[in-house]
Design a protein. Sequence first.
Lengths: 100, 579, 219
Amino acid sequence: MSGHHISSAKFLWGIGIALFFLTFVTVAVTWIQIPEPWNIVVAIGIAVVKALLVVLFFMNLYWDSKFNSLLFIFSLIFFGLMIGITLLDTLFRNDPTPLF
Amino acid sequence: MATSEASTTYKKIQVRRYKPEENPEKNYLNEEKGLWAWLTTVDHKKIGLMYLASIAFFFLVGGILALILRTELWTPARSFLDADLYNQVFTLHGAIMVFFFLVPSVPTVLGNFVLPLQLGAKDVAFPRLNLASFYIYLIGALFTLTAILTGGVDTGWTFYTPYSATTGGNVIMMTLGVFILGFSSILTGVNFIVTIHKLRSPGMTWAKLPLNLWALYATSIIQILATPVLAITLLLLTMERALGIGIFDPALGGDPVLYQHFFWFYSHPAVYIMIVPGFGIISEVVSTFSKKIIFGYWAIALSSLAIAFIGFLVWGHHMFTAGQSSLANLVFSFLTFMVGIPTGIKIFNWVATMYKGSIDMKTPMVYVMIFLFLFMIGGFTGIMVGALSVDIHLHDTYYVVAHFHYVMVGGMVMAFLGGIHYWWPKMFGKMYSELWAKIAAGILFIGFNMTFLPQFIMGSQGMPRRYFNYLEQFQPFHQTSTVGAYLMGTGFLIVAIYLTYSLFKGKKAGPNPWGSRALEWQTASPPPLHNFEHIPVIINGPYDYHKPMSEFQLGVASKHNGHHAEETVDVPESAQEKA
Amino acid sequence: MSSTSATEEKRLDHVQHHFVDSEQQFESAKMGMWVFIVTEILMFGGLFVAYIVYRSWYPELYLEASTQLNAFWGMVNTFVLIGSSLTVAMAIRSAQLNQIKGLIYNLYITIGLAFTFMVIKYFEYSEKLGKGIAPGEYYTYDGLEHEKANIFFSIYYMMTGLHGVHVTIGIGLMIWLVVKAKKNVFHSEYYTPVEITGLYWHLVDIIWIFLFPLLYLID
């Protein structure tokens, strides 16, 4: 529960450079035309890694109270519920009855 | 957090007993005087009272609109409103009652007033934010009133697209008003969550948290998770009208059912924002007036959280006939049934608390009985409209209207009235007339059932909602309903009169007129500006009626009071609090 | 709040009456901000739902319409925002170490980067609006064949617009921080507003991290 973690300047720059590098990678992979579903997976995957770096080390969640992490995770779960359940409708509009 | 129960560490605190003062000279009402001091106060109690005034005003407006509707429905044909005006009146009745009364009422009035008292804190975590959220509420209200005066809104409180994107009137102003109001709701939620986590007095562990606070905690969680989605929905709707962005408008290539998903992702959990704090009040009142420890503490506490969670999974049951996929219909109908489980658990535990208790039928307890009776009807009819096949028949009929009012008025408003009557002596230090209070409760009960029972019958026979005229066969039902509505109006008027009267002529209430063990009663009535003259120390649960009163009035012994009898108690150390 | 003497008094005068100590106040404020971040995520979440639903319906629309977005300037803006996130983190570090000058310099750089972001955004918007790529009804561009191209750009404008509003609010907050820092309000025991604003700014950054590949890099 140390709310006052002080990162070294070197460490912060390291994270920053990693983020710059990943941004470059995510643009570079579009040049090599990955086939259909995988290009989205790669793009989102890189974005998730970048977001995690920011959340854990810039926002200090790695050293912070566990409850704050819990809050963050909960927001993602509820976003997942919102999109997941909405897709239950929008993806299956044309089926007259469910498959089972 | 909850894990601190497993490995409890104890620490010793020097305590002594602080008996609450009978007749304090100074309290939060007279310490700072003048209008300016009220308008700029950061005291949670005063903010609660300012909310009470504004909410009472909106309840009055919404109530008058309801009476206008009921009067128009006295005859099958047109009486005195034309169809357009009728549409505007029911829209405003719904929107005002939902967004300006039901959603904020219990958290902002009773929550603000009672929450820090029950925690033993001096204030909420962010007092200035609390005041800000009050003013944001007022600004939202101002927008809405402007919308009414500059063209009105006739979309129904749900603002369904594409109608809301194309109809006349001032929809933008109205949606912006509700949008702003959402921020008020969010800020209150943020404040409550942090306060409950961080500002507990020594010994107030999660297992000793009053159930009212568990309910408010669950409510705040719903508020912060659902309200932002309402904000974005209304923003999109506003843009739809202003710029024609077309995401929800089929004429521009959009999908109106998507709007309903967005809207109900907020608005279904929102009905739990309305009712769950009511559950909290009921838990407090049942235990106090049965003079008995609450039955199933953890069952009640956790079922609040369960309702909060499941409430997010069921929004599609509002859209069974809207054209969503049949797979979604099926899943939503199934999930809807699950909400009944935690609700049933609660009702069972309240009744079990009363069992073999020494029940004292004071007014708050009368309201609990009314609540239990009416809310059960509301809940069971909810299961019926949640069933897919039945709902196809009942959708958009008076049956749904009656169900909603049984849950909201019969459940939430009755719980709110119970809470007001329960904490009134604490708020103002005055007792109201017990006789008149019971008479009014009786009138409300009879009036309510007269109003809404006939609507179940009409609805099942096919009377659609939101129509200003109807077939002649429904006239007796509508007329009974109208008479009942006026009876209810009378009941609310009596409540307002004797409560106001009690402020000036009421008997003085002691610090603890009900003999409760809960912490908010262990300080003077009305409480001092900073709630307690000492730092309270908690060693028993809030419902431990088998323990002597003296054990509930402990506080940290301050150094200059050394001549009093002191003793040392072991207090479990919570994760956050250091005394 | 501000006092020039560095006495013990000054170290504690930021603690409000209802908190036990500075630590409790700091932790409360931070938790409050995290709760607020939850609301922000769900608010943007609504827009992401709209994005995902329409993408699942019309994948070819997204492929076609995103060619109108300039991936190069999107990438530059991503670099700019990540850089500003880094300087905010450095600003907090300066405050923690009592280096008020460093704090102010880092905030200045952050404000500068945020402005750069908005200026680039402005040129992107005006280039599109000039071509007739306006949201919804006002869409007049005929270079795209898909009949729902207007919907894609409605979503684009809503997402980047709301994000832009957040950036603007962030600039305001940073300026407020600079003013306070110049009045010598912050020190290693009290830098709560810097920390809180930092959390907010990182969130704005994270949202852009997702917006960039989802809008600019579809092909």
